[in-house]
Design a binder for this molecule. Structure first.
Ligand code: EPU
Length: 338
């Protein structure tokens, strides 16, 4: 078990924030983690688990132990005529998994192409895009209980998935290290093409009978056209969640703002497009020092170079206050603020 001190985390978070970790431990084997959680260092220090670092904002140096997940491996657990079951270690890169499955013609996660981050982070917030969520292919996961060192298995029900939610963000927050996930993919695809621009993009690509590779490429094209690439411009995808309001509140807003963008969310609620709300407040494409809201997607906050985490957080608070003042709607960060 090797512990580094005072290491910069700049290359380990997609916002590219230059914050330091008091201690850093890189986990390549489950046994490294088992040794670490029994150590005095682990017991004495606060800890932060990092996967791809694509969903955190470091607002200061981390005064504790950062545990970087590098557990790798994909295994084919079962295969029949209709489906495959795969077990994937949590330190794998999510998008590489998607590409691997698409290459093999295993369908189910093609709409989740190009989502930044690691496999272990996917169940934490039940990642979703273009009408598909991880939940739809999920079978189970294994996670190490940090206090007892025991490995526990969670099926879909036990994960309690919701919109960008799971039990690991709520009741069991910070109690587990996810080791692997198991998913089931189909050999005969059920394509999800209804969301947003997918169909239009496929038409432009000349694909009247798309396969999963075409869908994956369409999603990649759409994402690349509006979401900045973190290796070129630091960002963490959507900074806020789309707020869910009661239908009554939505009706009231619609009267004043007929163009408001919204989607039904169950019988009594409506989900509002936070990007639209933020754009209406005048932030889209505006730069403040080295931070700002992205020109193609107001929901994405960016680091133009040397922004501090604090600068980005201050802008987020300003945006939150403007949306509240203009629409009387609360928007909450999707990104974890550290
Ligand atoms: N919109 C604006 N102005 C903007 C941005 C959006 O008016 O600056 C409006 C547009 O009408 C657009 C609608 O909002 O059609 C929805 O925008 P988009 O399709 O980009 O989706 P989103 O609701 O903003 C969500 C996820 C994204 C995911 C996309 C596609 C959340 C918080 N975000 O964004 O996920 O890629 O849908 O499924 O649910 C992420 O989580 O990091 C992420 C990027």
């Amino acid at each position: 078990m090797h512990i580094q001190e005072g290491q910069s985390l700049k290359s380990m978070n997609t916002f590219g924030i230059d914050a330091k970790a008091k201690y850093l431990s890189i986990i390549r084997e489950i046994s490294d983690l088992e040794t670490l959680v029994k150590s005095n260092l682990f017991k004495e220090e606060n800890h932060l688990i990092l996967g791809g670092g694509s969903n955190i904002l470091l607002t200061k140096d981390y005064n504790g132990l950062v545990i970087k997940n590098e557990l790798k491996g994909i295994s084919l657990i079962n295969e029949d005529n209709a489906s495959v079951i795969l077990k994937i270690m949590s330190g794998e890169v999510w998008h590489e998994l998607v590409l691997y499955c698409v290459e093999n013609n295993w369908a189910g996660i093609e709409n989740l192409s190009l989502i930044p981050g690691s496999v272990g982070a996917a169940p934490m917030q039940n990642i979703g895009a273009y009408g598909v969520e991880l939940k739809s292919v999920f079978i189970e996961l294994e996670a190490l209980h940090l206090e007892s060192g025991e490995v526990h298995t969670f099926d879909k029900k036990a994960c309690d998935f919701g919109y960008r939610q799971s039990v690991f963000k709520n009741r069991l927050k910070e109690q587990y290290f996810i080791l692997s996930i198991t998913i089931k993919l189909l050999k005969k695809p059920k394509l999800h093409l209804t969301y947003g621009a997918i169909n239009d993009t496929l038409k432009l690509m000349g694909k009247s009978k798309p396969n999963i590779k075409d869908v994956s490429q369409a999603v990649i094209q759409i994402r690349q056209s509006k979401l900045p690439n973190p290796s070129e411009l630091g960002n963490s995808g959507s900074f806020f969640k789309n707020p869910i309001v009661e239908n009554e509140k939505f009706k009231e807003l619609k009267l004043n703002y007929p163009n408001i963008v919204a989607y039904p969310a169950g019988e009594k609620h409506t989900k509002l497009a936070a990007g639209w709300l933020i754009e209406q407040c005048g932030y889209k494409g505006k730069r403040y020092g080295d931070t700002g809201s992205h020109k193609h997607q107001a929901l994405v906050l960016v680091n133009y170079g040397n922004a501090k985490g604090k600068d980005i957080w201050n802008l987020a608070l300003k945006i939150q206050a403007s949306v509240k003042a203009k629409f009387d709607v609360d928007i909450q960060p999707e990104v974890n603020i550290i």
